[in-house]
Structures are given as structure tokens and as C-alpha cells.
Design a protein. Structure first.
Ligand code: FAD
Ligand code: NAP
Length: 526
């Protein structure tokens, strides 16, 4: 594979500005597409039978030199993970704009792609543009792992290669397993003290077991095709203080297992989270309720054979096949309602994922989502996101600046600070919407403000009716300075901001103008 230095692919400038200001890495900026150039239009074109690769159906082996020749808009090839695509026909359909695509013209675009679109299934989106494979330079082939070595791995001994270098070796988790007549217990030793349930994701589909442990920005995966069948439900126990995680499986048949199973592709790997592919499981739609005229609360049930809790401030990806193409979009789980009484925690049992989603009348994904029937299934990924609970540790004042569905990450953040952060003095939501009818959970927010004196909500409308007596306009420094008062001088403050990209960028700029530092802001982006 070609190696492209990261500086060759800087994030788009608008995104860099917001990211630099808010201390956020990654993110995506969109450019307006011409009419007739939506994702649906692209899918239609790929189904039209047109020769998009330009090779009359042939697949070829492409040398680096050949790839480099195709570096113009009207003749642009890009290599992603060893496959070469002719992206010229896709130029006008690319949501990030032609210039962004051209940064990888005639080169390996894998790094750029991973930085910005890691979750997009390009194999499906660009399959009609496939030119062929990149010609590999001869490299020394590593000796194949012997069966006895593989067995050793499955008995809990990690291979020492391909990890993180000498110092990281000490941090690498290890595992062991044992059995009784009815149970298989896998014990993972994370060597991390503050382990908690959000850091452990486990799925067992048929005989395939996948356990993932998140450790800062790295993840450890155990992935095995089990020796024998197990029951659907299993138990995960976490000894938080010593960082020990147990996955207890119930044997389907009362027989002695000779081995845990055969290792699968990602088994025993400890790598950066951003280099890990997204893992999906099928979740059942169990209810759909109206929140406003265009926004609904979807409740999805995780399979019994999944252990997953989406951490505060993180999002998941939903995947659907639309017109034969895999389409993926991010959504931020919320709670089923704003807890007005903080004893009512039983509803967040971890078995359900609640998503508050605005249905756009011409939206590709949300229209398909809205057409799901109760009982239908959809694929939901592992969580991602860079919000850390440590950002609200010892916090005194929290300001939440939300626009439209940018409210969704604020729900769990608000719940967390009001329940867990004892130093908190004030939490204030400034909620920007077009009209009164667009305000999400208005009643609940007003109830919460009445019940909890630390919480205050301020609605700002950009298209109010003449009866609206509240604030109106768009986000600006003067509007924010009027609302954002600290409980005391030099209090520990955090400002979270989320909404349309341009709203977030403008908000971050306003906060900088008002003298807030990068550490005092968190912008939610993709
Ligand atoms: P598209 O087919 O992409 O667009 C069709 C039309 O819909 C556009 O022309 C435009 O008019 C409108 N539209 C589409 N996307 C947007 C947009 N982002 N902003 C304004 N108008 C738009 N959405 C939620 O409803 N709830 C969430 O919890 C949520 N969480 C998100 C988390 C992250 C990290 C990110 C990056 C986005 C999140 N979104 C959320 C937005 C979501 O991912 C989709 O962009 C949105 O659902 C529209 O998808 P679509 O395919 O229906 O629209
Ligand atoms: P919307 O209804 O179109 O807009 C909500 C408010 O934001 C309106 O008052 C609107 O004012 C204002 N606004 C829009 N663009 C603005 C800009 N450039 N500058 C200042 N104010 C602006 O919003 P929506 O349709 O719900 O969209 C919500 C957005 O949040 C989506 O883009 C979604 O992708 C994003 N989101 C992101 C995350 C995440 O974690 N990253 C999570 C959830 C949602 P006007 O009427 O004047 O336009």
C-alpha cells in the first residue's frame, strides 16, 4: 500500500477553524451540492448501467506510476485500502466537495478517508467506479502462525507482536477461560483500575463471540468462533477496582469443551480505536413516538446477546440498505425522557437505545427510517465520540448551546452533571430553534427548571410568530454574553455546543471572542 504523509490531507479549513477553536479533532464540513446531485441521485446513477469506471467492465492491476497519472478532475483515480476507484463521475456528488476529493487525486486516499469518513461504506458507494487493485510491491511474507501457537493464544496468552511497542506491552490486556458443567467463563485482565460497564462491549451472534474493551484511545478485542453453541443471553461482571472483566456464557449442551474456539480476524488485537472497523448488531424497533411535528423518538431493543451502553456524549451509526446501497448515518442516543426525579433510573437499563430523530421531507436516510415498521430490524454500531466525562469533573457552571436536534447530546450530559457532579452550581441550556413548534421536549425542560434550581432553560427562535415574547435571532456574541453568567468569578466552566455545522462554527468563534479558552468548550461534531 502507498504511504501518504498525514499533512498531505489537512481537514477542510472551515472544519480546522472550528476544531482548533473547540479542541476537536476530525469532523466534516459539507458544501452545497448542485440540484440533482444528492446521495439518492448518485445511487440512481450507479444503477443506470453506465460505465462509471471507464474500463468497459474490466478490472486491472494499477501500478503506483499509473495511479499518479490520473490526478485531474476529469480523470481522477484514488486508492483506498488497496482498491483503486475512478472518482471523476462522483466529484459533483461528494458532500465534502470536489476540492477535498482532489487532495487524494492519483494517490492513496486511505488516511484522508479514515480521518473524515471512516464510517462511510465506500465499497458499496463506489463499487461501480472500481478500476482494480493496486499492484503490490514484493514484501517479506511473515511466517504463518502454527496451530499450536493459535491454541496458545486461545488459552489466554497474547502474541507479543503488532502491539504498541515495549511500554504499551505492559498495558495490553490478557485473558483466560475456564468451564464448569454448564458455564464458560472468560476472564479479561485489563490492568486498568477504573474499568466500568460503558467500556465493555460484548456480542455473541450464533457461535461468534466478540468482546471489546475500550482503554483510553485504544481497544482490545477478543473474537472467537466458539467451540460449541451457547445460550443467547450471557452475563458480564466487572470488578471495577482491579479492572477484571468476566463474560459468563451458558453452554447449550452439557459437554466438556476442549478449547474456547477458533480465533477470528480481530482476535487478540490491541489497537487505536480509530483504526478499528465499526461493528454492528441488528436491533429491533419497538416503539416510535412523536416529539414534535417532524421529530420522533425511536426505541430500539438490543439483542439479548449484546452488552452495550452508549457513553454520555457519544453517538452510534445506523446502517440501512437503501436502493441496494449501504447507507450509514450517525445519531446520538438520548434518554427516554428527562429524569425529573433522579431516583427513576430503572428506565435506562441498557437494553434499549433511544434516538430522537428529525425526519426530513427529502432526507434519504430519515425517510427510510420513518418507513420502518414496529418489529423491523436495523443495524446499530458501537459508540464513538470524543466527549470525556473528565471534562465535567469538579465543574461548577455548565452552558449547553443547542440548535435543533443538536439538543440530543445535551440530554445525557445534562442528566450526568445533575446526578453525578456534586460541585455543579448552574446548568443552563440555550436552545435555538426556528419556531415554537420545533422545540424538543419543551414541557419537560420547563418542568426540570421548576424542580431543580440549578437548571435554567432559555429558548431563542429564529422564525417566531408575532406572539412570541421570548428571545429571537441567531447565535451571536452579544446574545451569549447576556445569558452566560458564571456563578462566581473564575468558576470552573464548560460550554457544550451542537447543531448545524455553521451554527457550531459560529458559536465557537463567539465564545473565543468572549474570552473562553479551548478547554472550556466542547463542540460535538461527527
Ligand atoms: P439527507 O438526505 O442527507 O439530506 C436531505 C435534506 O435534509 C437536505 O437537503 C437538508 O434539507 C436536510 N438535511 C439533511 N441533513 C441535514 C443536517 N445535518 N442539517 C440540516 N439539514 C439537513 N440527527 C438527528 O435527527 N438526531 C440525532 O441524534 C443526530 N445525531 C447526529 C450525530 C452526529 C455526530 C452527526 C454528525 C449528525 C447527527 N444527526 C442527528 C444528523 C443525521 O446524521 C443526518 O444528517 C440527518 O438525519 C439527515 O439525514 P438524511 O439522510 O435523512 O438527509
Ligand atoms: P434547524 O431546525 O435547521 O435549525 C435550528 C436553529 O439553528 C435555527 O434557529 C436556525 O436558524 C439555527 N441555525 C441554522 N444554521 C445556522 C447558522 N449557520 N448560524 C446560526 N444559526 C443557525 O436544525 P436541524 O434541522 O434540527 O439540524 C440540527 C443539526 O444538528 C443537524 O445539522 C445535525 O447534523 C446536527 N447534529 C449534530 C450532532 C453531533 O453530535 N455532531 C448531534 C445531533 C445533531 P435559521 O432558521 O436562521 O436557519
Amino acid at each position: 500500500m502507498l504511504n501518504v504523509p498525514p499533512p498531505a490531507f489537512p481537514a477542510p479549513r472551515s472544519q480546522q477553524r472550528a476544531a482548533a477553536a473547540a479542541g476537536v479533532a476530525g469532523g466534516r464540513s459539507k458544501v452545497p451540492l448542485k440540484p440533482g446531485r444528492s446521495l439518492m441521485d448518485w445511487i440512481r446513477l450507479t444503477k443506470s448501467g453506465k460505465d462509471l469506471a471507464g474500463l468497459k467492465g474490466r478490472l486491472i492491476e494499477v501500478t503506483e506510476d499509473e495511479l499518479a497519472k490520473h490526478n485531474k478532475k476529469e480523470d481522477c483515480w484514488i486508492c483506498i485500502r488497496g482498491l483503486v476507484y475512478n472518482v471523476t463521475p462522483y466529484m459533483e456528488y461528494h458532500p465534502g466537495g470536489e476540492d477535498e476529493l482532489m487532495k487524494a487525486a492519483g494517490m492513496d486516499g486511505t488516511d484522508l478517508f479514515d480521518q473524515v469518513h471512516r464510517w462511510v461504506n465506500y465499497e458499496s458507494m463506489l463499487k461501480e467506479c472500481l478500476v482494480g487493485r493496486i499492484a503490490l510491491k514484493p514484501i517479506a511474507v511473515p511466517k504463518e502462525t502454527s496451530i499450536s501457537e493459535k491454541k496458545k493464544q486461545l488459552n489466554g496468552m497474547l502474541p507479543e507482536k503488532k502491539l504498541l511497542g515495549a511500554s504499551a506491552k505492559d498495558l495490553t490486556p490478557s485473558y483466560d477461560w475456564f468451564q464448569t458443567d454448564g458455564l464458560i467463563t472468560i476472564v479479561l485482565y485489563t490492568k486498568q483500575k477504573d474499568m466500568n460497564t460503558e467500556l465493555v462491549i460484548a456480542d455473541c451472534q450464533d457461535k461468534r463471540l466478540r468482546g471489546e474493551i475500550i482503554m483510553n484511545d485504544h481497544s482490545y478485542v477478543l473474537e472467537v468462533d466458539l467451540d460449541h453453541a451457547v445460550e443467547e443471553d450471557f452475563v458480564v461482571n466487572i470488578a471495577e477496582k482491579i479492572g477484571k472483566v468476566e463474560i459468563i456464557l451458558k453452554k447449550k449442551d452439557n459437554i466438556h469443551w476442549k478449547m474456547l474456539g477458533q480465533p477470528l480476524e480481530s482476535h487478540n488485537t490491541f489497537i487505536k480505536c480509530k483504526n478499528r472497523g465499526l461493528f454492528y448488531r441488528k436491533c429491533k424497533l419497538v416503539s416510535k413516538t412523536e416529539v414534535t411535528h417532524d421529530t420522533k423518538l425511536f426505541r430500539f431493543l438490543l439483542p439479548k446477546s449484546t452488552h452495550l451502553q452508549v457513553p454520555t456524549g457519544q453517538h452510534v451509526y445506523l446502517k440501512q440498505i437503501i436502493a441496494g446501497t449501504e447507507v450509514v448515518k450517525p445519531y446520538t442516543p438520548v434518554l427516554p425522557f428527562l429524569p425529573l426525579d433522579f431516583q427513576e433510573t430503572s428506565c435506562h437499563d441498557g437494553a434499549n437505545i433511544y434516538l430522537m430523530i428529525k425526519i426530513y421531507s427529502c432526507g434519504l436516510f430519515t425517510q427510510a427510517l420513518d418507513h420502518l415498521r414496529i418489529g423491523d430490524y436495523i443495524s446499530i454500531s458501537n459508540p464513538e465520540g470524543n466527549f470525556k466525562k473528565s471534562q465535567v469533573q469538579a465543574l461548577e457552571d455548565l452552558f449547553l448551546l443547542a440548535a435543533g436536534t443538536g439538543f440530543t447530546p445535551m440530554v445525557k450530559v445534562l442528566n450526568f452533571v445533575l446526578t453525578e457532579v456534586s460541585s455543579l452550581r448552574t446548568a443552563k441550556l440555550i436552545f435555538f430553534n426556528k419556531t415554537e413548534d420545533d422545540i424538543l421536549w419543551r414541557n419537560q425542560l420547563e418542568q426540570l427548571a421548576l424542580r431543580d434550581e440549578r437548571f435554567e432553560v432559555q429558548f431563542v427562535l429564529s422564525e417566531p410568530t408575532k406572539d412570541w415574547v421570548g428571545k429571537q435571532g441567531r447565535i451571536s456574541s452579544s446574545l451569549l454574553s447576556g445569558f452566560m453568567k458564571r456563578s462566581r468569578k473564575d468558576s470552573k466552566v464548560l460550554i457544550c455546543i451542537c447543531g448545524p455545522t455553521a451554527f457550531t462554527e459560529q458559536g465557537v468563534q463567539c465564545l473565543k471572542d468572549l474570552g473562553y479558552s479551548q478547554e472550556e468548550m466542547h463542540a460535538f461534531t461527527a
